[in-house]
Design a protein around this ligand. Structure first.
Ligand SMILES: [Zn+2]
Length: 258
């Protein structure tokens, strides 16, 4: 029998080898968004789950929700001043980017009208948590702690609901490198306006800032956190809102037009 100390454990289902296998490469950020990093602690079952529709109660896979939101932002970064036709088509089922005189705006396809906004937003929020825990684990070796079970329940098992704050920028000036859009990674503490404590964290991804709880919390604690956070970043951000639908997020980064 193998020494259980050396058996791998899955970050999500916490099952060990050989009960689960670790054959497939699990991208922490979808490959379709240019993600190139893997997390070696995601079992094949959990990896499959995030890439496919939940057969019981989901219309959209987590990967699709992330791709739909962030491929638009990513293209917006990559575009810079280049005419759209040279960057290629936006492969999105819901959106397209319209350009006029170098300004871009998001156009909604009819399919978006018929989409379930609640489900799409839910899959998106779960996707943020998925990227968060896998990148936290990859970058810092953390994440197995049972305190993170609220993330597992929501992201991996589709139970309960967790609030996600989105911060609206004051001005469209962002520090980024072109390589960041080509192969985006998740930032935890690059900018000193990103708040974190033992219950709430903020991440920056492709120009967007999100904040959310990572362990058990009360409503009062959440409100307190939101207040402290917006106060500390008021020079750069106008407001914070709890996202309820996909388009609460400025996915086309229209702020960059101004
Ligand atoms: Zn697993």
């Amino acid at each position: 029998m193998k020494n259980s100390q050396t058996d791998k454990i899955c970050l999500w289902c916490l099952a060990r080898e050989p009960k689960v296998t670790f054959v497939k490469k699990a991208h922490t950020i979808p490959k379709s968004l240019g993600g190139q990093n893997y997390n070696n602690n995601v079992c094949d079952d959990c990896n499959y789950y995030f890439g496919n529709r939940d057969s019981h109660n989901g219309k959209y896979s987590i990967e699709v929700a992330l791709k739909e939101a962030f491929s638009i932002s990513r293209k917006r970064f990559l575009l810079g001043g280049i005419p759209k036709r040279k960057v290629g088509e936006f492969k999105s089922q819901f959106f397209e980017m319209k350009e006029r005189n170098g300004k871009y705006r998001l156009a909604v396809r009819p399919s978006y009208m018929f989409a379930s906004q609640i489900e799409l937003c839910r899959a998106f929020k779960r996707g943020l948590y998925k990227m968060y825990l896998e990148e936290l684990n990859r970058q810092y070796g953390k994440g197995f702690e049972l305190d993170y079970n609220i993330i597992r329940h929501f992201a991996r098992y589709n139970f309960s609901d967790l609030p996600v704050l989105y911060f609206t920028r004051r001005i469209g000036v962002m520090i980024f490198f072109k390589s960041e859009a080509e192969t985006p990674i998740l930032y935890f503490d690059r900018m000193n306006y990103l708040y974190s404590d033992n219950k709430f964290v903020e991440i920056e991804f492709l120009g967007h800032v999100f904040g959310f709880p990572i362990t058990d919390f009360s409503v009062e604690e959440f409100e307190d956190y939101a207040q402290k956070s917006i106060e500390m970043k008021k020079d750069f951000f106008v407001e914070a809102k709890v996202i309820e639908k996909f388009t609460d997020v400025d996915i086309s980064l229209s702020i960059m037009n101004s």
